[in-house]
Design a protein. Structure first.
Length: 74
């Protein structure tokens, strides 16, 4: 518990790999942003978390149908 910097680093690395490998609005990118947001949230970095949650939601609104359950996660 509490190894947030390691978790954040891993999720950011995953995001970078996905940015290279996937189209710009792929749902997996939204997953990465959501994971980063959750780490920031747990760290108490709420403005950073909000920014990542918003980016995740933005991608999901483009990539997924309007009734998709993943929209509720963002």
């Amino acid at each position: 518990m509490g190894e947030y910097s390691k978790a954040l680093s891993s999720h950011e690395r995953s995001l970078e790999i996905r940015r290279v490998a996937l189209p710009p609005n792929h749902p997996y990118l939204a997953d990465s942003y959501n994971n980063i947001a959750m780490v920031y949230d747990n760290m108490g970095e709420y403005s950073k978390a909000l920014s990542s949650y918003e980016r995740s939601l933005e991608i999901r609104k483009i990539a997924l149908p309007p009734n998709h359950p993943d929209l509720a996660d963002s």
